[in-house]
Design a binder for this molecule. Structure first.
Ligand code: ATP
Length: 360
């Protein structure tokens, strides 16, 4: 079910101050995909989700679900929350501790007055799906955090929603369980033919789970793309910085030659990934730490810069090196067994295709 949001604006008034939580959001969320709203705390992700659900009333714009207007400035609420065909999974599991797993999952069907036998069959099917068959009689509190979140997913799915919405569903889990649950969720969602909107401020979660990501900032959508497009071909400095570790360096475009864009920056003259910035444009050079090829010594060559290791942290699978090149400090990932030490002179080869230029 496609969701289309047009010109959506929402203000809150809090202690006499007006906060613009959504600032003219235009967005099409494609059917049967996992679409993530990603952005820093306070950028408006939850507000956008709550407007789609119908828990907040926007000030301006229109929301359509599957082509039907559910809210517009002119019509007001055209379709109420309970008729929008949505299932929700929240950060706090919102499952009822005094109820069994069965009763928790059955709840949306019970309130609709579905016959008991039919409820039993549907709950059994959805519990099998989330791999909780056999847990029917367990009090919901006697489950791990990950299992509780699967109960919440089962309860959202049992009513066969057209769209499922997740608001930071993994943020109460510890790091290892979060990773496991994220992988499970990806697998579950891959087996369902359903539209999902996923809200998070965790870039790894967004990259690993999503078909598309919309990066938000201050009530606006900055950029939309697949995880790989957002990571490797970001167009805005904010997005390049938010989606991963990045060295961001002010630069000026000199021109274009041999399928590369030539720039001047504090590291010198460099050939970068092709772009259509005009000569003279101010841009930002984005270098991901994993694409800096660091070698001991002062190797010559084009797109090679020289520096000194100022700090070296062993973090397990890689070393993180801080390398001073003139006035610039670059973060690089190097192999943990590389014979490099603090104080080593090094050469850093910058492959032009990994020298990404983004708007200044
Ligand atoms: P987080 O990741 O922290 O949940 P978010 O991106 O989901 O943040 P929102 O919760 O949508 O952001 O909030 C957007 C802005 O609106 C913030 O400045 C927030 O303080 C403000 N805001 C949200 N809800 C209310 C409210 N009920 N009353 C007043 N201001 C609010």
């Amino acid at each position: 079910m496609e969701i289309r949001v047009t010109g959506l604006t929402k203000h809150y008034v809090s202690e006499g101050r007006v906060v613009k939580a959504l600032d003219g959001v235009d967005l099409t969320i494609p059917a049967k995909r996992i679409f993530t709203l990603l952005g820093p705390s306070g950028c408006g992700k939850t507000t956008l989700l709550r407007c789609i659900v119908g828990l907040e009333t926007p000030d301006e714009g229109e929301i359509r679900i599957g082509g039907d207007v559910v809210w517009s400035r002119d019509q007001g609420i055209a379709v109420p929350t309970e008729k929008r065909g949505l299932g929700m999974v929240f950060q706090t599991y919102a499952i009822w501790p005094h109820m069994s797993v069965f009763d928790n999952v059955a709840y949306p069907l019970t309130v609709r007055g579905m016959p008991r036998a039919q409820i039993g069959a549907k709950v059994a099917e959805v519990l099998r799906f989330v791999q909780l068959a056999g847990f029917e009689d367990r009090p919901a509190t006697r489950l791990s955090g990950g299992q509780q979140q699967r109960v919440a997913l089962a309860r959202a799915l049992v009513a066969e929603p057209r769209v499922i919405l997740f608001d930071e569903p993994l943020s109460n889990l510890d790091a290892k369980l979060r990773e496991e649950t994220r992988k499970e969720l990806r697998r579950f969602m891959g087996q369902l033919d359903i539209t999902a909107i996923y809200v998070t401020h965790d870039r790894v979660e967004a990259l690993a789970l999503s078909d598309s990501i919309a990066v938000m900032r201050a009530g606006r959508i900055v950029e939309i793309g697949t995880p790989r497009q957002i990571y490797f071909q970001a167009r805005h400095r904010f997005v390049a910085d938010f989606i991963g570790r990045a060295n961001l360096i002010d630069a000026t475009v000199r021109g274009h030659a041999d399928g590369a864009t030539q720039i001047a920056c504090a590291l010198g003259s460099l050939a970068c990934a092709a772009s259509d910035y005009a000569a003279g444009s101010p841009v930002t050079l984005c270098l991901r730490p994993e694409f800096l090829h660091v070698q001991g010594g002062a190797a010559p060559g084009p797109n090679v810069v020289h520096g000194t290791i100022e700090a070296l942290d062993f973090v397990g699978e890689v070393n993180e090196a801080e390398i001073r090149v003139g006035d610039t400090l670059l973060l690089a990932r190097t192999a943990p067994d590389a014979a490099l030490a603090v104080g080593s002179q090094v050469s850093i080869r910058l492959a032009p295709e990994h020298c990404l230029l983004v708007a200044a």
